[in-house]
Design a protein around this ligand. Structure first.
Ligand code: DGY
Length: 355
């Protein structure tokens, strides 16, 4: 039944052969184009590249909603390439369903916690991803969320609309500003440093950061000091999370750390929901252990509308939109397509994950 909804496109076999790897692919292609499955409706520019490549036959789940797992398992069978999103769990079950043809997985995301990398590596499958191109959009949204949370913008808008706006009151709607503050960055990678650079002009007094190891060259850009996570929690007015989700970072931000934070502190998470223990976060926000939190990512996603965190005025929750600018999502789609095509051709990918 689902197949009826899919878009199936046979690309033209028309391109010149460029390398010996390409020759191999093209040799196969003369008989059979590489089968590629695209697991969602994505900016068309990326799909066009695949369709116009001349080396693959594209089948797409051309809908905004997630492809049902059973349909995904059916559609990947025999595929040579898979273009997927962070919502698709690429695990043993899926890889087994895909079978030995699968040579390239290209995820339209920088995060890759949805990919079982051990299983993928075992099968010799190459993986493309989309770092860098979403750094600015994500940093920008992090700053927007931080300001919305610390300056209580959601509450203020609601009050203005619902009649709560009486006379000008000196003690009303006061929040916390960045000027003279200490900002703690957990994970000083591409996005962490970009957030630091965006925040610097707000008059931040001091940047602290923590990571697996000191990164003096990157840290120098914002004069950030390397500290253990506990110290960062204790001293920061704002903590912003930018680490990848791994077994080591799962639940990293928990009641132990909340208990160390300033009562006036604001926590921001635009990385992955599971880095924060949400039950502990709820406790911290309701007992006044911390002042507020802004989350662009949660567990699960979407967060059910009756989730207790939605009842809190001091918690701003966004639906995982950090990279959501038209230009960024278009670039991500194009990069993911180019990664996939390079993988199919046996050529170096523009952005390949080292397994
Ligand atoms: O991992 C990613 O790419 C983000 O979470 C969404 O753009």
């Amino acid at each position: 039944m689902w197949l009826g909804h899919s878009v199936k496109v046979l690309a033209q076999l028309s391109r010149a052969v460029g390398s010996s790897h390409t020759a191999q692919v093209m040799k196969r292609s003369q008989h059979q184009l590489a089968k590629v499955y695209v697991s969602r409706r994505v900016p068309q520019e990326g799909v066009n590249l695949l369709q116009d490549s001349g080396i693959c036959e594209v089948t797409q789940w051309d809908f905004d909603e997630t492809v049902p797992r059973s349909e995904l398992l059916k559609q990947v069978a025999g595929a040579h390439g898979l273009f997927c999103l962070l919502t698709e769990k690429i695990d043993k079950e899926l890889l087994d369903a895909a079978g030995p043809n699968l040579k390239v997985i290209s995820t339209m995301s920088v995060g890759h916690d949805h990919l079982s990398l051990d299983e993928i590596k075992k099968r010799g499958i190459r993986v493309g991803y989309t770092p860098d191109v979403l750094t600015d959009a994500t940093a920008e949204l992090t700053v927007a969320l931080l300001l919305a949370t610390s300056r209580r913008l959601m509450e203020a808008v609601a009050e203005a609309k619902n009649g709560g706006w009486g006379t000008w009151k000196p003690l009303w709607m006061c929040g916390y500003g960045l000027s003279n503050s200490t900002v703690g960055i957990v994970g000083l990678g591409r996005i962490g440093i970009a957030v630091g650079q965006c925040l610097k002009p707000f008059g931040v007094k001091k940047f602290l950061y923590t990571d697996f190891e000191p990164k003096p060259d990157i840290a120098a850009q914002i004069q950030a000091e390397y500290v253990p996570l506990d110290k960062l929690a204790e001293e920061s007015d704002f903590v912003t999370l930018h680490c990848a989700l791994t077994p080591e970072t799962q639940g990293l931000y928990n009641k132990d750390l909340f208990s160390k934070m300033k009562k006036t502190a604001v926590l921001i998470n635009t990385s992955r929901g599971a880095v924060v223990n949400q039950e502990d976060l709820y406790q911290a926000l309701t007992t006044g252990q911390i002042a507020a939190a802004g989350m662009d990512v949660t567990v699960p996603e979407p967060l059910p509308t009756d989730h207790p965190l939605f009842t809190l005025k001091n918690c701003v929750i966004l639906p995982h939109i950090a990279s959501a600018t038209i230009a960024t999502r278009t670039t991500m789609s194009v990069l993911a397509a180019n990664n996939l095509l390079s993988g199919l051709r046996g050529a170096p990918m523009p952005k390949e994950l080292t397994l």
